[in-house]
Design a protein around this ligand. Sequence first.
Ligand SMILES: [Zn+2]
Length: 134
Amino acid sequence: MDKNIRKRLEQDLEVAISRLRQMSGAVAVEEIPGAIGDNSPFADEVDEIQANERREIGFATRELLVERVNRLSAALDRLSEGEYGTCVECAEEISPARLHAMPEVQTCVRCQDRIERLGRQYEPEETELQLDED
Ligand SMILES: [Zn+2]
């Protein structure tokens, strides 16, 4: 089982990172000034509002992707340390079905429910995301 899980985590991680890279590229291109042609001032304004909306959606998605990348690499670390599949809160085993649906989870259903009820975002460890810039 471990081998398959590792493969899946690595694949998911790769996909998430490449999406993140594509997204960073798209944002950079959009921010080049003078990209909008000689439209009327009103059209410029509408374009700008739409561009801002797109950027905000982009940032939100980007944040989710960064979180996913962090969770996936943390899961790979845990797999190496033999802690994978164990709830970080209560040390019970996480159900295989849950791991199958979300291989990067670190908590069992019960702890997840409790955490969500408490309304805090669960951050088990401070993981800095580092992408190679090229
Ligand atoms: Zn638990």
